[in-house]
Structures are given as C-alpha cells and as structure tokens.
Design a protein around this ligand. Structure first.
Ligand code: GDP
Length: 702
C-alpha cells in the first residue's frame, strides 16, 4: 500500500470543489476503462492501463486480472483544475453487487455506465435501483460509442422508455461506431470534435440541427419538470439562459429529479472533457448535500448532522479488507467533522473505542498518508480492532449511529471442506478473516454437519476460494451439500431382538419384543408395556437407549429415523448375563429389523420460496420451477412491474437455483427460502439416494 510512481498525489480541496462519484452499471460497459481514462487524462496516473492486459491501476487483484473483470470496488481521485473528483469504480458482475452497495456509501453521486451497443441491461437496472433507494444524484454515460453497431440515440430512447422523462439528454453523439468523433452539448448548443489529442469546439454539424432541436426540447421538458421557474418560462415560450438551465440542471440532479445522459468512448478518450465538466457542474458538492440523519445510540432519536468540517465527527465504514501482512484495512468516508490521523474514535454500537493510526488516501491499490479527511472525503486506516463494514464511528462525547446499508441475501449454497488434512486447522480462522470482507457471504453448519458457504454465485465461490489460498494459504474444495433427509415409517409391526454371547466367564444376554408404529409429527417416542416382569425395569433405560441410538442413523440410507413409536412389551432375561448393554444391543437390532417391515420412506425438506422477477419472466420462471419439482402456490404484483411468486420447492433443487434464476432472468430475479416441512421423496429419487448410501458403506467397509 505505498504510492507508486504512476500515481500522482491529490491535493485536498475546499468542500465546494469536491465531488465523489461511484461508477456502476452492467459488467463490461466500460466502468473501469472510463475511470482509468479520466485518471490518465487529468494526470492522476501517468500510465494508461488496460483491463484486457490486467494492467489497470484499479483492478489490481490477481483474481480480477485473470478474469478481466473488477471484483471489488476501487477508489482513486483526480484533480481537474482545482476540483477534486473521487471515483469509486465497482464491479458489474452480479456476484459482487455487495461492492456496488458499498460504493454507493462512499459517494454523493452515481455515474451509470452503459454500452452504446446494448441498452438497459440488468446491471443498469441494479445501479438505478440502488440510486433510487439511496436517493443518489445520477448521471448516465453511454460509453463505447465508437464500437461497431453502436446506437447511442437508441440507448437514450431505451433509457427514457424505461425510466421516463426525467432522463434528460445532455449531449448528442456526432457520428457513431467508426465515425464517432465528438458530441453536441445541448445546454450550451456547442459542439466538440476529437482532434486526436483533445476535444476542440466546432460548429454544430448542420445535418444534426433538427435532432439537436428535438433533443433539446426533451432536455427542457425534463428541466422544467424539476423547476417551477423554468417550467413557467418554458410554457410561456420565453428564452431560458444557459446559466439558468445549468443552475436548474444542477439542482435537479442534486435532488434526483432528473438524470442527464452523456456520450463517450473511454478507449478513444472522446467525451472525457464533457464528462468531467458535467461531473463538476451538475453533481453535488458535499457542502450542499442535505444533512445526514444519524441516531442517538441510547434513545434511537434521529439527529440531523450537516456536512460541516467543524461539526461532530461522523464517519461511515463502507468496506473492510483482510490482508495477512497489512492486517485489516478499513475504508471509511467522513460525513461530518474533520478526521485526523491518530484520533480517538468511538464505535457506539459496539461500545468500543478505536484509535485511528495513520490516515490514508486511496489511489487504486496504492495509498498515500494524509493528515486529515474532511466531509465528503474517502480514505482508509489499518488495524482497527472492533469495527466492521457497515459500522459508524463518531466521538465518545457525541456518539452517533447511521442506518446500515441493505445488502442482498446470498442464496447459492455449497459445502466446503479443506483440500487436505493439513488445511484443516487453517480453514476456520482463514474463513473468519476472509468473510470480514464479504457482506454477502456467510458460513453455517448444516443439519448434516457439513460446513456450508452461502454466497452470491459460482464466481463468488471461486473467488473466495482463490483469495483464501492466496492470502491465508488455506485450500478448500467445494461440493453439493448433502440433503438432510429424514426416514420414517408408514406401517406397523412386532419384532423380536435377541443378543446372546457366551465367552467363557461372564456372557451377554438381552431379549426384547417391540412393537413399532408411526407417530406422525411427534418425533421418537418410547413406551413399555411389560407384563409379569419378563424384562425387569432396570433394563428399560437400556432398551430405550438402544432404540434411540439406532434411530439416529436410520435404516434406509443413514439418515435420522423420526416420527415413530416403539413399545417394549415382552422379552426375557438371564440372571447372570443380562446387563444394560445387552438390552441396548438387542433393542437396536430389533428396531433395525422391524423398521424394514414398516414401509420405511425417505423424506426430504421442502422449502417455502419467494421469487421476485420482472413480469416478463414469469412464464419462464414458472416452467423452470416445474422442472425442479416445485409447486407454485400464488403470484402477487409488487409494483414497478415486479411479480412475487410463492412456491414450495424441495431443498435438493435449490442449492444452485441462484445460478439458474440468474440465467433465466439475466440477473434480474432474486429469491429467498425457508424450511417449510418434510415430504416423502419420490421413489425414483429415493432409490438413488439409498443406492448411493449402500455404495458408500461398501466402499468404507473395504
Ligand atoms: P466494466 O466491467 O464496466 O468495468 O468494463 P471494462 O472497463 O472492464 O471494459 C470492458 C471491455 O470493454 C474492455 O475490453 C474494454 O477495453 C472495452 N471498452 C471499454 N470502454 C470502451 C469503449 O469506449 N469503446 C470500446 N470499443 N471498447 C471499450
């Protein structure tokens, strides 16, 4: 974490000259390339890296470089003529959406990056939805305008169709695909063409005039919906000055009433000037953000805190990384007050004091020591002890707590094991440290005793595994979890169990008759009905123990046998050889034998599932559920075109449902599940489970 020579230091600026922007959007739209290009253009980095070559200054992890995608957020700042812009690049791949949620915590605005050859993609929707729930100011940039088949105007129309009139065209592309060469600024009615080194002002191409007029109307319409003064002027047909329009756009963007759309080619560098201007001109500075609402940790009363460098300290922790060498690195953003290196802070929720060491400003993977961070600024600090992602830090005499961000629930379940016995001891502690980084992954112990890793998707699992190995030297393997089947019976029987052993001296003798019958929903019950002392009372506990022990491993496939009643009603004993253990063994033999005559069945857990998908995917999702032995119980409209499907699905079909739902819905569907009840496994599946158990037993016997 030292500053390399490719990164320039960034000066601090007054609050009105600070901007912070999270780049979000679909995977591959060009976020990292765009951030890299902006840093390079403004001299914040001296070498332009490329995602394809793994040389981007923002994707620095080997796991990211290998895949050519961002896996975690990266922070870097640039200085554009005295305005300091902090960029927070985030992954577009849905497995890593936690990083996008965190990125929104670190910025005042979002730049939604889109692909000019695509349209409104799942990643666009995720970014817009997050922007809405966090009320974050938004700009859209239609990137890749230079690419073959680029249709920037069509993307603009798609955005307006999806999100309405508040989507305001700010620039129009001049040319497209190989002819993309610049843009028209619709506010100032100027045009800029790329001359190979920079954007130079040129007259608006005459053939574009009609289009410019029509799109400017859309811009004015959006602006007037956000501002009454502009509205009345617009309706009266009065001239609206550029300065008025700029001011109106700034207010409208700040208050999330409108969202301008720009065009660019990150790889060619076209549009960067206009984008930087729009960031500085239209996005809010921390000084004009509304007060943050924090809470008093004791009374839970809301407390408004303004972004004042002299106000009470209020710091949000938005990310934590675990590093075996550096230790824990905590990423934080100051919302109020001035945070200084070596300060003492208070984590009010945990009741712990934290001493801040050296504050760092982030430049991708590198960092530079700074003396202080002010409202709106983002930085990091090493070696905090108690503080985790989502926590709030404040001062002890003015404790404050912020609401936690809402992370999506992970739903992909795999079982994990250490790769070798040597990895056994490392795995637990390594996982604990690793998962500090991961708000959307957790481990739990399953009913069958396996260690489960629950995460956002298959790539997430793979990346967690690779990071565990690289950072902590712990290798894991994954497999499909065992299903916690149950066994039970449908019939009844009377069965004899006799255990007799004569080995010279003291022998063993236990003899029981047991009646076995179903006990639906009531677990394992034991009763005795012995007449005339054929089995003396003091052996009853041994009989019960033998039955309960045999039930633990079942008879069909090694799963717990439940919901049956065993009644001891007869037997015999030997005055010398009978003992507790003999009766345990006799009872357990009786149960195992008897159950086979009681129509034993295998039961599986059935989950209550709630699936949320845009309406257009309903048919496909329902068909797919059928294929997973699912039963749809009902459907409900949730608003915003989202349908909620309530269904019951066997757990065996759900472990990898996260992956399937994503492929059906292009990443737009989510689901949650809880255990509902147990049901008989269909015979053809049950037979396979029993057969697999038989084989396993055979191979372990050899
Ligand atoms: P991200 O997933 O949104 O961060 O996208 P990346 O920045 O990783 O870019 C994905 C791919 O698109 C890379 O191969 C980039 O070189 C390419 N790319 C990014 N921006 C542009 C652009 O403006 N034009 C063209 N033609 N390709 C681009």
């Amino acid at each position: 974490m030292r500053l390399t020579e490719t990164m320039a230091t960034t000066k601090s600026a007054d609050l009105p000259h600070l901007r912070s922007v999270v780049l979000a959007g679909h995977s591959g739209a060009g976020k990292t390339t765009l951030a890299e290009a902006l840093l390079f253009r403004t001299g914040a980095i001296s070498r332009l890296g490329r995602v394809e070559d793994g040389t981007s200054s923002l994707d620095t992890e080997p796991e990211a470089q290998k895949r050519h995608i961002s896996l975690s957020l990266a922070v870097a700042s640039l200085d554009d003529d005295g305005n300091v812009v902090t960029l927070v690049d985030t992954p577009g791949y849905p497995d890593f959406v936690a990083e996008v949620v965190a990125g929104f915590q670190a910025a005042d605005a979002v730049l939604v990056c889109m692909d000019a050859t695509g349209g409104v993609e799942a990643g666009t929707e995720t970014a817009v939805a997050l922007g809405r729930t966090t009320r974050t100011a938004a700009l859209f940039v239609v990137n890749k305008c230079d690419r073959e088949n680029a249709e920037p105007a069509a993307v603009l129309d798609a955005l307006r169709a999806e999100f309405g009139n508040k989507i305001a065209p700010l620039q129009l592309a001049i040319g497209k695909a190989e002819t993309f060469s610049g843009y028209v600024d619709l506010v100032h009615r100027t045009a800029y063409r790329w001359d190979g080194r920079q954007e130079v002002e040129v007259p608006i191409p005459p053939e574009m005039e009609a289009e410019v007029a029509a799109r400017r109307d859309q811009l004015l319409e959006a602006a007037s919906e956000a501002d009454d003064d502009v509205l009345s002027k617009y309706l009266e047909g009065e001239e609206i000055t550029d300065a008025e329009l700029d001011a109106c756009l700034h207010r409208g963007v700040r208050d999330s009433l409108l969202a301008p759309v720009l065009v660019a080619s990150a790889t060619k560098g076209i549009g960067l000037r206009g984008l930087l201007d729009a960031i500085v001109r239209y996005l809010p500075a921390p000084s004009e953000e509304p007060p943050v609402v924090a809470h008093d940790p004791k009374t839970n009363d809301p407390i408004e805190v303004s972004r004042d460098p002299n106000g009470p300290l209020l710091v949000r922790v938005f990310k934590t990384t675990a590093d075996p060498f550096v230790g824990r690195l905590t990423y934080l953003r100051v919302l109020s007050g001035t945070l200084r290196s070596q300060a003492h802070l208070f984590n009010a929720e945990k009741g712990e004091e934290e001493r801040i060491g050296q504050l760092l400003r982030l430049h991708g993977k590198d960092s530079e020591p700074v003396a202080e961070l002010r409202p709106g600024e983002v930085g990091a600090v090493a070696k905090l002890t108690a503080t985790a992602t989502g926590d709030t830090l404040s001062s002890k005499d003015r404790p404050l707590v912020l609401d936690r961000p809402v992370y999506p629930d992970p739903t992909l379940v795999v079982a994990i094991e250490p790769q070798t016995k040597a990895d056994l001891d490392k795995m637990g502690p390594a996982l604990t440290r690793m998962l500090e980084e991961e708000p959307c992954a957790r481990v739990e112990r399953s009913a069958t005793g396996e260690q489960l890793l629950i995460s956002m998707g298959e790539t997430h699992v793979a990346v967690i595994g690779e990071r565990l190995k690289r950072k902590f030297g712990s290798s894991i393997v994954t497999h499909t979890p065992r299903i916690p089947y149950h066994e039970t019976i449908r019939g009844r029987t009377k069965v004899e169990g006799k255990y007799k052993k004569q080995t010279g001296g003291h022998g063993m003798f236990g003899h029981v008759w047991i009646e076995i019958e179903p006990n639906p929903g009531d677990g394992v019950a034991f009763a005795e009905h012995v007449v005339g002392g054929t089995v003396p009372k003091n052996f009853f506990p041994g009989v019960e123990k033998g039955i309960r022990q045999a039930a633990v491993e079942g008879v069909l496939a090694g799963y717990p046998l439940i919901d049956f009643k065993a009644t001891l009603y007869d037997g015999s004993f030997h005055t010398v050889d009978s003992n507790d253990l003999s009766f345990q063994i006799a009872a357990s033999m009786a149960l195992k034998k008897g159950v086979m005559d009681c129509k034993p069945v295998l039961q599986e857990p059935i989950m209550a599932v709630e699936i949320r998908v845009p309406e257009r995917f309903m048919g496909d999702v329902n068909r797919d559920l059928n294929g997973h032995r699912g039963r749809v119980l009902g459907m409900d409209v949730m608003g915003d075109g989202i349908q909620v499907i309530a269904a019951q699905v066997p757990q065996a079909e759900l472990f990898s449902y996260a992956t399937e739902l994503r492929s059906i819905t292009g990443g737009r569907g989510t689901f949650s599940s809880t255990l509902d009840h147990y049901e008989d496994v269909p015979a053809h599946i049950g037979d396979k489970v029993i057969e697999a158990h038989r084989k396993e037993q055979e191979s372990s016997a050899h």
